[in-house]
Ligand binder design. Structure first.
Ligand code: ADP
Ligand code: GN1
Ligand code: MG
Length: 375
């Protein structure tokens, strides 16, 4: 089974009818640039007001093997988030968190005639998830929003959340998976990518730095988002304020460093993740300073010293890990990430590795910035 876009377009009217939307379907179309789920934006006439928009999302069950447990997590996290916002008197609580529209049977998901799992969220209006950063304020606001999200989930009582993808950010295991893909070489691609493979192998020691600190109890487990790429937070179109953290599929036990690292990966490079002209790729220190400042405003009160000391390094690790995952997927024949061209995954991999090299160059400066911002 693979993850490339389904050629048969779903009947969105029929999907919408599985949910308690209480509005008349007008139309719908594919939406966004996520690499994992199939996302649609649909318009409705809601008691004479139109268009009222909803997001209809087909969950990728090739990637998320336990969709019911996944939706249990999301329902808990979003309910908790809404309760806190209302308690705090936020006048637009329903724009500040995803909320699940329940299916006709009361579950936060519905299964269509083909066995696909679907969910529906109100469309968060007048806010955008940016694929590419435009200014330092966006970095500051996005980082603060993800930091506040970690603060919010720290207050989630009850049972440990389900691990929707076990070992998601276990970089040593990601490295092992790459080695297995090289060994199997199912698509006869490995021979052409010796430079990329050597790049990873020469950084083997980096891969286990955070997992070792977690195993030693020096870095604590927290409930984290685990997919904090820039376009997974919607920023207000007028003020740039972080309005709503989205894409909660991987919200589960993790490390704060995974979240900060993925922000560095996506908010500080000068080019987008799949750019092929690497001569222009560098890390912008001004973006990094804004990112670290915004994150620490929200997170400084709960992070421990070891976490703060590894914030800059986490950017390097998460970028390396993402490059490893793109390379693995390329060698396996593009079964995980959606691609728009045959070389997409290897282009992304090369871009990530070039960015690792850029981070390595800036790491001492980045560490100084974190130290000064953390006081
Ligand atoms: P994926 O896991 O495939 O990345 P996301 O949940 O991130 O899927 O959704 C894909 C895109 O759809 C997002 O980047 C964002 O632009 C848009 N999106 C998702 N949910 C909403 C929402 N509730 N309101 C507005 N836009 C949304
Ligand atoms: C995927 O779902 P999306 O597009 O926000 C991936 C992340 C990767 C990212 C790389 C569940 O994120 O882990 O870092 O692509 N999500 C999953 O762009 O694997
Ligand atoms: Mg996403």
């Amino acid at each position: 089974m693979n993850n490339q876009p389904n050629s048969t377009a779903p009947n969105l009217r029929e999907i919408a009818a599985l949910f308690d939307i209480r509005a008349d379907f007008i139309d719908g179309m594919p939406y966004g640039s996520g690499h994992i789920n199939d996302t649609y934006c649909a318009s409705f006439n809601q008691a004479g007001r139109f268009p009222v928009r909803y997001i209809l999302q087909r969950i990728n069950t090739n990637v998320f093997r336990t969709p019911v447990k996944l939706m249990e997590n999301i329902a808990r996290v979003t309910r908790h988030s809404l309760e806190r916002l209302i308690e705090d008197g936020n006048p637009e609580a329903y724009r500040r968190t995803l909320t699940c529209i329940l299916a006709n049977d009361g579950q936060p998901y519905a299964i269509d005639a083909l066995g696909n799992y679907w969910r529906v969220y109100p469309f968060i209006e007048r806010a955008t998830g940016h694929d590419e950063i435009q200014n330092n304020d966006q970095a500051y606001q996005a980082a603060m929003a993800f930091g506040n999200f970690q603060k919010l989930t720290a207050g989630l009582g009850g049972e440990r959340l389900h691990e929707t993808i076990p070992d998601f950010h276990n970089t040593p295991k990601r490295l092992e998976a790459l080695k297995a893909a090289i060994e199997a070489d199912s698509h006869n691609r490995a021979a052409g990518f010796k430079a990329e493979i050597d790049f990873v192998l020469s950084r083997t020691a980096d891969c286990s730095r955070i997992t070792d600190l977690i195993a030693a109890g020096i870095i604590p487990e927290r409930v984290t988002h685990n997919d904090t790429k820039l376009n997974n937070v919607l920023l207000d179109d007028v003020t740039s304020e972080g309005v709503c953290v989205i894409d909660l599929d991987t919200t589960m036990p993790g490390s704060a460093l995974y979240d900060f690292g993925d922000m560095v990966r996506t908010a500080t490079p000068t080019t987008r993740e799949d750019a092929t002209d690497l001569s222009k790729l560098d890390l912008r220190m001004d973006r990094f300073e804004s990112l670290a400042s915004g994150y620490l405003v929200a997170a400084q009160s709960f992070l421990n010293t070891a976490e703060i000391e590894n914030l800059a390094f986490s950017g390097k690790l998460l970028t390396l890990e993402c490059g490893i995952r793109f390379l693995t997927d390329y060698l396996q024949g593009d079964v995980y990430f959606k691609i728009k061209r045959p070389e997409h995954n290897i282009d992304r991999c090369r871009n990530q590795f070039a960015f690792v090299a850029a981070i390595e160059k800036h790491l001492p400066e980045m560490e100084k910035v974190v130290a000064s911002r953390a006081g």
